[in-house]
Ligand binder design. Sequence first.
Ligand SMILES: [Zn+2]
Length: 278
Amino acid sequence: MLSRTLFLIVSILLISPSSALTYGSNTPEHTTITITRSLNYDAKKANISPKIVDDIIRIFSWEIDFNRDLRKGDRFIIVGNRGANPSALIYIGATKRVAVFSYTDKLGRTGYYDINGKSLYPSFLRAPLKYKRISSKFQRKRFHPILKTWRPHRAVDYAAKTGAPVYSVASGVVQYRKRMGALGNVIYIKHGSNYVTVYAHLSKFSSGLRPSSKVRKGQVIGYVGSTGRSTGPHLHYELRYKGIRKNPLTHPLPKQKQVDPSDYWRFKNKANALLRSL
Ligand SMILES: [Zn+2]
């Protein structure tokens, strides 16, 4: 049994990455994309549809920075018949593995969940700090106190003491951490493929924080200040969805989903059986 398993593993490694592999009745049909150039290029070579590539990017972006983390030789395994929704998606990198399994909830919505039955996307914190009050809401027109002109304010300003800690609202990757004109000391954090949060006028950054640093939800990233174009200590916070600034107080935020408790063990056993069969 062990030698057969080893044989299968060796075979999977040797066989052309673009072929659909089927081994008897125990191994589910699956396709492996091995990265040689880019996910898009190698997926096309492996006959994987653009829709599934989009799904892979959308789902795994919470765990993998596709611009920086992907290496030659990394593999994506797509389990299931071509054309149908995959029953599992697995990423195998040099230092990291991520596997998700499809699950349809009682309302008929199909999503992908990790082995513990949780979606890869986290719940976001509504506010990135403990604040005294909201000093300026998201609005299309407000009279700017320094510029003395009417202009949109597509952000929320939170009044707080200088030095109050500012938290990342969700896990993510630092895009920028620098001084930037009117925003002063500012941090941009990318969460998954669609969300970016912006934290401006900071008095200082947390030590060790650099562009491409990974941050966790609730991690202190900097401290409230009044750098840049600012009349007093506050945090200017922006929530961007697909590049567009949204109202952080009202925009629906990602909320982590879980497999229904009544389905949990069935889901987990199936997922484990699938991993063993590959
Ligand atoms: Zn502001």
